[in-house]
Each structure stands twice: as C-alpha cells, then as structure tokens.
Design a protein around this ligand. Sequence first.
Ligand code: SAM
Ligand code: SF4
Length: 329
Amino acid sequence: MLIDTYGRVATDLRVSLTDRCNLRCTYCMPEEGLQWLAKPDLLTDDEIVRLVGIAVTSLGIEEVRFTGGEPLLRPGLVGIVERVAALEPRPQTSLTTNGIGLRRTAAALKEAGLDRVNVSLDTLRPDVFKTLTRRDRHQDVLDGLHAAREAGLTPVKVNSVLMPGLNDDEAPDLLAWAVEHDYELRFIEQMPLDAQHGWKRDGMITAGDILASLRTRFELTPEGEEARGSAPAERWLVDGGPHRVGVIASVTRPFCAACDRTRLTADGQIRTCLFATEETDLRAALRSGAPDEEIARLWKHAMRGKKAGAGLDDPGFIQPDRPMSAIGG
Ligand code: SAM
Ligand code: SF4
C-alpha cells in the first residue's frame, strides 16, 4: 500500500500523458514561451503501462485517471487505456480533457475500456471561451461532450473555473445547462498553479461566492460527508435532486486530510501532491534497469513523506515550480 505518516492511503493515481496543450487557458498557461518537456524525457507508452501496472498490482491503486496537458494529444492514448484496463485487478479508468477531439475518439476510448471522462468547460459564451482559452474552439468542446455522453463515458462531469470579470456571473447558467444535458458540473476554485505565477488570493472567486451565486436560482441541499468520502468535491443536490453540483474548494476549504492521490508526471516523476515541491524520479530507476520491486519501494518511500496539507491559504505558501500543465491536473 501507499501509506503516509498521517495514515492516508493513496488508491487514486493521476497520470499525466503530456505537458502540451491545444488551448492556453489563462489560469494555466501563458500565451507563449512555456518550455515543453523534451521528447526523450517523456515516458514511452510501454514505460507508462509498466509503472501503472506496478501501481495497480503491487501498490493498491484502484483508480487511474489520465490527464495532462491535454491527454487527447498523446498519440498512443487509446492503446495505453486498453492496456491499463486489461490489468488485474482491473482499475477504474477515467480521463480529464478539454474535450477538443473527443468527438472523434470517444467511442474508441470507451471500446478500449475507459469508464468516464471529465471535460473542462468554463463558459457557455463562445466569445468568453476565446478570451479565457485564447483559442476559438468552443463548439469543439460542446461536440466532444455530446460524443462522450453518446459513447457511454458516463457520468460525464464538467469542470469549470470561474475567473473574476470574465465568467464569474455564469455559475447559474452553467448549472442550468448541465442539468438540461445531464452532465455533472463541478466548480474548481482557481489555484496557484499557473505557469505565469499570476494567481492572487484577493479577488479569486471562492466556493462561498459560487454557492451564493447558484442559490440565487437553485435550492442546494448538502449531500453530506459520508457521500463525499475522499472525493475532493463537496456536493449538493440541485432542487431536491437527482442532479448534483460539486465545488472543489482547494483554497478556502482544503480536503487534504482525506486525500487519496498519488501523481505520475509525463516525465516519470512521482508527486505526492499538486503542490509538492519535491519529486521522486522513477524514470531514472526504470531506465537503469530497476526491477518492479525496487520501483515499488521507491514509490512507497516517496508517498510516506507526503505532507499533511498544501497550505494554500497560509501566508508562507510557496507555489511549486512545475505548472499545472506539467504536473497533470
Ligand atoms: N487539459 C485537460 C483539461 O483542461 O481538462 C486536462 C489538464 S487540466 C490541467 C485539468 C484541470 O485543471 C482542468 O479542469 C482545468 O480547468 C484545471 N485547472 C488548470 N489550471 C488551474 C488552476 N490554476 N486552478 C484551478 N484549476 C485549474
Ligand atoms: Fe490546456 Fe487544460 Fe491547461 Fe486549459 S487547463 S491550458 S486545456 S492543460
């Protein structure tokens, strides 16, 4: 098991398949100038499958989520999903994506064994989408979402980040739209993980702001701690249910005490947390011929040192050097 000194057990593995992306969301990446990981530094498909295999068969990982950067840009994605879904015991598999290109790949991903997707969409307004992501691809995302639902990659979840002055008035519209299309909407508080280090605590849209805005149009009933488990999203029933809305309040209501995650970056580093400042290099071990047992030992050792919390709201918080796109969100 991957257990830390606070007794938390990691059963959920986030695998970043690339740091590259076809959007430039302002809260994530600068318009240009971001240095990409060099191709030889990226894990190969075989290396990824081997590491995920060790995690699933020897370290108690039950759920594997592929992310990035934009994971749909990884040429070998369908094959990786297929091989991971064939592991014993079979892990739950999911994908976090911006949805661009999902229209073409959703059915193949389902066929390969993918269980679910989370698609990121922050606005229903194409002009605001263009400002937020610096690309004119709103319709592609809507098409991708539709294809995901048709392919049975359900429940389809939608992740939204609200930015002051851009889309912070859209929470109720996004929820009405999600309910209508049967997507499960989750708002994510903006976190200090942008490559430009432009995050400001003052002025960010908080969970409190989001809930107040939603309550102007909907009745929200808390689902309670039991239903939440180790999930980062606090959830509410919308107008008595069955639809729900979630809020991931990493800044104002951190859930570190229940965290069950471990992360593998596209260049083979283990991170205990999005906000960790240290990493453990599994790629070097892999490429120097280490056997599975040695890699499992390194992984366990890394996770033992996981910190109690990320402390985003602490005055002494230091943003990690690696941006979200290179960690895997
Ligand atoms: N490209 C894919 C996507 O956008 O879904 C996967 C990677 S992206 C880094 C994963 C999630 O992180 C997205 O839902 C995105 O909105 C969110 N995200 C990125 N930067 C963020 C930030 N600074 N604060 C909060 N969420 C962020
Ligand atoms: Fe790309 Fe996702 Fe970052 Fe947006 S949030 S720039 S889609 S990696």
